[in-house]
Design a protein around this ligand. Structure first.
Ligand code: SF4
Ligand code: SF4
Length: 394
């Protein structure tokens, strides 16, 4: 479709022009039709970058499919030029993969899909089981192959070097089920160094934003020089929906400024903000291809001022060793962020329920708050954890 607006998109959808099924769950919702229903000007991806040396071109602003309310949001992103979709077996209890299949099956050869599977030292990892899980993902996505298969949250070397995982991915590559391999990580310092030493990672998904990741910039440059594709998550540094009310500006939105800040690093191939709604798609795609401006920097400075002692840096672990109870502080506060800022209440509660009981903040109220004393950013960690437990445990 040329000249895409949300109104045109809905028209095309209901008339069948897009060639996708109008099954009940693909009907456009009227809930989220806002400004563009009245016919806003078309928005399109303006810039595509090489994804490392994979030969794939990806839009600078790509789609994180961690949480969304209807599959047509993904289709709308595609119609605006988004061709890279990041999903995972665990997103929305496998529904994210299912929705990708439903919304994008007929344009499979025009898009790039990255999906992820987690492995932990606590599970029994076998080659057969890994292949079975990938087959199930392919079935859900209604495709014979995935472009990028990632180990989800590879934060320790034992997983990255696990022989069963290596053998399974290597076999699936030979069979044509996966094109490229890689991992997502919350510990980029450790894992990027490892990626430089072996050839498993062809694409890496990691945390980088204007509030965290400065120290890994030399590593990002090295992995990019090696030809590894660089994809960035957590672009908004915790600022999604819940805490931006005081940052309204006529000139620029905070998410757009944060996207442009990330993409101003020439070693980043694309970023994957979560596109949960039609409004998100339009707002984020509108940031494509534009250089970081003075107004963006002003907006970012205002956000930093507000969030500096509020945002628990996802890749930070500075307070973990100070806790006598081994509380998984950064994980718990990340789930709190999903709950409050991303408005992913159910997903956040599910992640929290899956956390090992011994690492939950059950005794924080009676503790003198050792974690708080060492947090370099001055977060009121103890009260945040107590509150996190309250909301996440339901
Ligand atoms: S308040 Fe105490 S128990 Fe809770 S995370 Fe901090 S150090 Fe650990
Ligand atoms: S609470 Fe502070 S020290 Fe602990 S992980 Fe978060 S940012 Fe790092």
């Amino acid at each position: 479709m040329s000249n895409v607006s949300r109104r045109n998109f809905f028209k095309a959808l209901t008339s069948g022009v897009l060639g996708i099924s109008l099954a009940k769950n693909l009907q456009p919702s009227l809930k989220d039709t806002g400004a563009a229903q009245s016919g806003s000007s078309p928005i399109k991806i303006q810039k595509y970058n090489a994804l490392g040396k994979t030969g794939i071109k990806v839009p600078d602003v790509s789609c994180g499919a961690i949480s969304f309310f209807e599959p047509n949001v993904l289709r709308y992103a595609y119609e605006l030029g988004v061709t890279y979709f990041d999903t995972a077996e665990g997103y929305m209890r496998t529904k994210s993969e299912t929705f990708i299949g439903q919304a994008l099956k007929d344009v499979r050869d025009k898009i790039t899909i990255a999906t992820k599977h987690p492995y932990s030292p606590r599970m029994k990892i076998t080659k057969e089981n890994i292949i079975k899980r990938m087959d199930a993902s392919l079935k859900r996505m209604q495709t014979d192959y995935v472009d990028i298969a990632m180990i989800h949250q590879a934060n320790d070397l034992a997983i990255l070097e696990n022989e069963e995982i290596q053998a399974a991915y290597s076999q699936m590559k030979k069979e044509g089920k996966i094109r490229f391999t890689g991992f997502s990580t919350h510990d980029p310092t450790l894992t990027m160094k490892q990626a430089l030493e072996n050839d498993f990672a062809q694409v890496i998904l990691f945390i980088y934003n204007h509030m965290e990741g400065k120290e890994i910039e030399p590593l990002i440059e090295k992995v990019r020089q090696k030809g590894i594709g660089t994809v960035v998550m957590k672009v908004f540094a915790g600022g999604k929906q819940g805490n931006l009310k005081s940052l309204i500006s006529q000139e620029v939105s905070y998410p757009q400024a944060a996207i442009r800040w990330v993409m101003s690093n020439p070693n980043i191939d694309c970023c994957i903000p979560t596109m949960s709604s039609y409004s998100h798609v339009e707002e984020y795609v509108a940031a494509s291809g534009k250089p970081l401006s003075r107004a963006d920097l002003k907006m970012i400075a205002a956000y930093q001022c507000q969030a500096n002692n509020q945002y628990c840096r996802v890749s930070c672990q500075d307070c973990l060793s100070s806790c006598p109870d081994s509380v998984a502080v950064n994980d718990v506060l990340r789930y709190k962020m999903y709950y409050e800022d991303y408005k992913m209440e159910r997903e956040a509660m599910r992640y929290y329920a899956e956390l090992e009981e011994s690492t939950k903040p059950l005794n924080c109220s009676n503790c003198s708050g050792y974690c708080e004393k060492v947090c370099p950013f001055g977060l009121k960690v103890k009260s945040k954890l107590v509150h996190a437990h309250e909301i996440l445990s339901g």
